[in-house]
Design a protein around this ligand. Structure first.
Ligand code: G1P
Length: 301
């Protein structure tokens, strides 16, 4: 069966970005000029996904407005002949998007369960908004290609520093099936470095069979007292094979302040409107910091 549907959980409170996220969806925070959620939607479309469900919550209305037409703005830009800007504004309309609200933040597993009637009895992908992926073939497409061959669930993973295992779902790999695909013994949510079975972390792209919903329905809260998708995947893996695919591209974690800043700089260095100014500015900044460090060293001597 062809994979046609994607689910983007976007109900999180965004506490890592307070106060910016007090009244604003963290998914609308822009990397240079594009809201992070637009990168995710673009990856879905580039992978061949047809229908997208965004699971939202409080303060998330701007996400719906962002992907809707803005007639006033469009006619204003048209009358001023600003065709480039008009193109940017129109790019985010006409996408088959659906919305459902998660009223209580009970965890990622619960957010995904809200997609049950949208997904029905089809395989689907889950795409988390905190991870922006760069690769020749979009990661979501790679998972969909895997499904075409295996008819099985596949979870994207990547090596992370050992001390960071408690931030992620971690897999206990069993065997390599091909260059980048593992069969998996266990999926463990946020283990401490002492308990982590490997350094291979789940990175926010999942291809799942619909059987996951029966499991999520009865899933007890796990790490952080939340209903964890990883725990449901661990159970699914007992009755159906669940593979892990190692991602070989670049992952930008925009889920915390430092990652967000780094990504903004890296994308800025590629952005046609700012790259020519940003690069010399960064060089200048580095020189100034070096000079300032040298002055401090001298004073401390
Ligand atoms: C979620 C998942 C975790 C995964 C991570 C990737 O955690 O529960 O398994 O490794 O996303 O970003 P969160 O970042 O929501 O705590």
């Amino acid at each position: 069966m062809k994979v046609r549907k994607a689910v983007i959980p976007a109900a999180g409170l965004g506490t890592r970005f307070l106060p910016a996220t007090k009244a604003m969806a963290k998914e609308m925070l822009p990397i240079v000029d594009k809201p992070t959620i637009q990168f995710i939607v673009e990856e879905a479309l580039a992978s061949g996904i047809e229908d997208i469900l965004i699971v939202t919550g409080k303060s998330k209305r701007p996400i719906e407005d962002h992907f809707d037409a803005n007639v006033e703005l469009e006619s204003n830009l048209k009358s001023k002949n600003k065709t480039d800007l008009l193109k940017l504004v129109e790019e985010t309309t006409g996408i088959r998007l659906f919305f459902v609200r998660q009223s209580y933040p009970k965890g990622l597993g619960d957010a995904v369960l809200h997609a049950r009637s949208f997904v029905g009895n089809e395989p689907f992908v889950v795409m988390l908004g905190d991870d922006l992926m760069q690769s020749e073939v979009p990661l979501t497409k790679q998972l969909m290609d895997n499904y075409e061959q295996t008819s099985a669930s596949t979870i994207a993973v990547m090596q992370v520093p050992h001390e960071d295992t408690s931030k992620y779902g971690i897999i206990d790999p069993e065997a390599l099936i091909d260059d980048t695909t593992y069969s998996v013994k266990h999926f463990v949510e946020k283990p401490s470095p002492e308990k982590a079975p490997s350094d291979l972390a789940i990175i926010g792209r999942y291809l799942l069979t619909p059987q996951i919903f029966d499991i999520l329905e009865n899933q007890e809260p796990g790490a952080g007292n939340e209903i964890q998708l990883t725990d449901a995947i661990e159970t699914l893996n007992k009755t159906q094979r669940v593979f892990a695919k190692r991602f070989e591209g670049i992952r930008h974690d925009v889920g915390d302040k430092f990652g967000f800043l780094k990504t903004s700089i890296e994308y800025g260095l590629e952005h046609p409107e700012v790259k020519d100014n940003l690069k010399p500015y960064l060089y200048q900044l580095v020189e100034e910091m070096k000079a300032s460090d040298a002055r401090n060293d001298n004073t401390n001597d």
